[in-house]
Design a protein around this ligand. Structure first.
Ligand code: IDP
Ligand code: MG
Length: 167
């Protein structure tokens, strides 16, 4: 079923997380997926893909006037990526849903400012090679899921861990 293309009101919050080409080349796919999985988020979509310029530019369209935009697109096109969608299934962190929580796990944009314990803080050193993307709002979680998984939507399944995770 294609939830990403349906009306906004009924679904729980989802976030689009993407392991960028450096994360794939450095063999960090398992490590990065593992951090979200262990936290208790529910994986509802996953795919390795070669990126097209059109999708990369659409994904980062809000940054198109930034001086680093051409380098950013070049970086994202430099190799395959692993895109995934995570659902929070009732897990909230400091009152926020999965989008905000995923960004805490990812850490600050500049890996040198990202806290140890975050993905970027532990695994990366430069803003231009910061290994992972995470949506910055629930709206962008929906938008990016629809963009990267166009025509696929997300997989609906019941994760039996939920009562073991939240009271
Ligand atoms: P975010 O990924 O933490 O949400 P954004 O500001 O949305 O950060 O920027 C998107 C991506 O663009 C960053 O993850 C990084 O790869 C790249 N980027 C952002 N700012 C710079 C910069 O100043 N120089 C080079 N690349 C940058
Ligand atoms: Mg961003």
């Amino acid at each position: 079923r294609c939830r990403a293309a349906a009306a906004v009101s009924v679904r729980s919050e989802i976030t689009y997380v993407m392991i960028k080409p450096d994360g794939v080349q450095r063999g960090l796919v398992g490590e990065i997926i593992s951090r979200f999985e262990k936290k208790g988020f529910k994986l509802v979509q996953l795919k390795m893909m070669k990126v097209t310029k059109e999708v990369a530019e659409e994904h980062y369209k809000d940054l198109k006037d930034k001086p680093f935009f051409p380098d950013l697109i070049g970086y994202i096109l430099s190799g395959p990526v692993v895109g995934m969608v995570w659902e929070g299934q009732g897990v909230v962190w400091e009152g926020q849903g999965v989008v905000k929580a995923a960004r805490k796990i990812i850490g600050a944009t500049n890996p040198l400012e990202a806290e140890p314990g975050t993905i970027r803080g532990d695994l990366a050193v430069q803003t231009g090679r910061n290994v992972v993307h995470g949506s910055d709002s629930p709206e962008n979680g929906e938008r990016e899921t629809a963009l990267w998984f166009s025509g696929h939507g997300i997989v609906e399944w019941e994760a039996h861990m939920k009562p073991w995770l939240v009271e």
